[in-house]
Design a protein around this ligand. Structure first.
Ligand SMILES: [Zn+2]
Length: 246
């Protein structure tokens, strides 16, 4: 199937919005208005951003300093590698406020005799999820300051940035967050008991915030091989980076 580009008007400024099939939220490049696209009934809503601190010219020094750190990296990496491309993307995220109470029963058999343990695990989160399907983004490695967001301002988005639209609605995001939190709790509990017999998680879902965060997609070359680096544009911290290993 060819990629279908559809056209829609901004509810605020009447500018034309382009979005690809499968995208459910668009942000107007002319006024920054954000709306949900559901068939023919768009509605507007609140939208935040993490401000960009690492501008175009600051990327290379930050990457080179990352190359210099860590004993696994080759000593000449920062001198001998060449940055071949750098693209700024504003990635769409949902930050879901959730409280999860997991009641469980498990068997602890590290000791003899084994015994049954019943307990609760209760935690609150601002859980981050990328609003795209089939996304290989390492959300867990991304230090996302929930308190550092600001209202979305299209004037603060540089021309060279690519603003990515959401493919997940708020409800879908909330559902995925619940699955991930449940999985996370199962993992935590499996450190506490050797076999889980019963487990049930109840959720209290609070606010869900739609946020765009700047991420630099960088490619570099070292000894004729290519490597990728993802750099958070709000703090200049490498989220994930490939490098040659012996
Ligand atoms: Zn507009």
């Amino acid at each position: 199937m060819p990629k279908i580009l559809r056209s829609l008007r901004c509810q605020n400024c009447d500018g034309s919005l382009d979005y690809k099939a499968g995208e459910v939220i668009t942000t107007c490049p002319y006024c920054g208005n954000t709306q949900v696209v559901e068939m023919s009934k768009p509605f507007m809503f609140e939208h935040s951003m993490l401000p960009l601190k690492i501008e175009e010219e600051a990327v290379e020094p930050v990457v080179r300093s990352w190359m210099r750190k860590g004993f696994l990296k080759r000593a000449d990496l920062h001198r001998k590698s060449e940055i071949t491309s750098q693209q700024l993307r504003l990635l769409p995220f949902w930050v879901v406020e959730v409280r999860a109470l997991t009641a469980y029963e498990g068997i602890f058999d590290r000791v003899s005799p084994a015994y049954v343990k019943q307990d609760n695990l209760e935690k609150s989160y601002n859980w981050l999820i990328l609003a795209r399907r089939r996304a290989g983004f390492p959300t867990k490695e991304f230090d996302f300051p929930a308190a550092g967001t600001q209202p979305y301002d299209f004037r603060r988005v540089p021309e060279y940035a690519e603003v990515i639209n959401a493919q997940l609605t708020k409800d879908e995001a909330v559902e995925m967050v619940q699955q991930e939190v449940e999985e996370h709790h199962r993992h935590l509990i499996s450190k506490d008991v050797d076999r889980i017999v019963k487990i049930h998680t109840a959720f209290t879902v609070g606010e869900a915030q739609y946020v765009h965060a700047p991420v630099w997609y960088i490619k570099y070359k070292y000894k004729r091989k290519n490597y990728n680096v993802l750099l958070g544009g709000h703090r200049g911290i490498v989220i994930a980076g490939e490098f040659p290993r012996d």
